[in-house]
Ligand binder design. Sequence first.
Ligand code: CP
Ligand code: NVA
Length: 300
Amino acid sequence: MKKDLLAINDFNREEILALFEKSEDLKEKRQKGIQHLPLKGKTLGMIFNKHSTRTRISFEVGMFELGGHALFLTGDQLQLNRGETIRDSAQVLSRYLNGILIRTYDHQEVVALAEHASIPVINGLTDFNHPLQILSDIFTIKEKLGHIEGVKVAYVGDGNNVAYSWMTGASLMGMNLVIACPKSLKPNPAPGLGDHGNVEIVEDPFEAVQNADVIYTDVWISMGDEEDTEKKKKLLLPYQINQKLVDSAKKDVLVMHCLPAHREMEITSEVLDGEHSIVFDQAENRLHVQKAILETLLLS
Ligand code: CP
Ligand code: NVA
């Protein structure tokens, strides 16, 4: 039976650990220049209704490196955005492709696509969550710290789609997540993201980063949220990841950002380019983890 990735909890803990082992292996193969072409003859359609640098490019390169082919499809060039139903589109795409990656606004569109497609559907970010990002980020944490369980992550900033996926991922993998955000921007995930057992929500960023192994942030203004820009900027100013906040945390704390960063807004350049930051290793790992996801889903 086909398997989709719409939210992190579409995988269980053991499956995620297996995915990480595969990611490690694929990363090593790439570093050593060993060719590995398990997806020869396979094709991935990539539907983007929002901008992307990392997700789009890492999937396209990933498919190429695994021997397959990726098609970049913008929503406004498909009949889908001219009224063809998701159901019909899903059935047609399933006749041509071996998998679909989709980045869009409404999560329910992705759910419907998965329901009507007979091939795996991968969520490349919706307003509801960003599972690929957090799976890859947990892999990066494992790589840097050697373990996952018990790691404390302080997510500081907007209670958005990335925060929602963190809530699912941290609970599933036995991590301790503290989210620091203004009261009015508290994450309010819709049902379906699994258990949120290990998550604490506070208002004080300095409290959140105490004893944290990782300080994590994301943009203040997500794609589609532009009309709230001025209001959010004001509310989130005390939640900036700056040197003062980092200095108040553990000496060896890691700083992560899913990128794109808005320098001097949610994070200062001093921190982003500083000794605690692992953001570019984090970005690179999107490629390795997604290749493992592609191999797992497209060959199942
Ligand atoms: N972090 C992330 O998903 O980046 P893109 O929006 O560039 O794909
Ligand atoms: N929360 C951001 C993440 C971008 C990768 C957004 O949805 O725009």
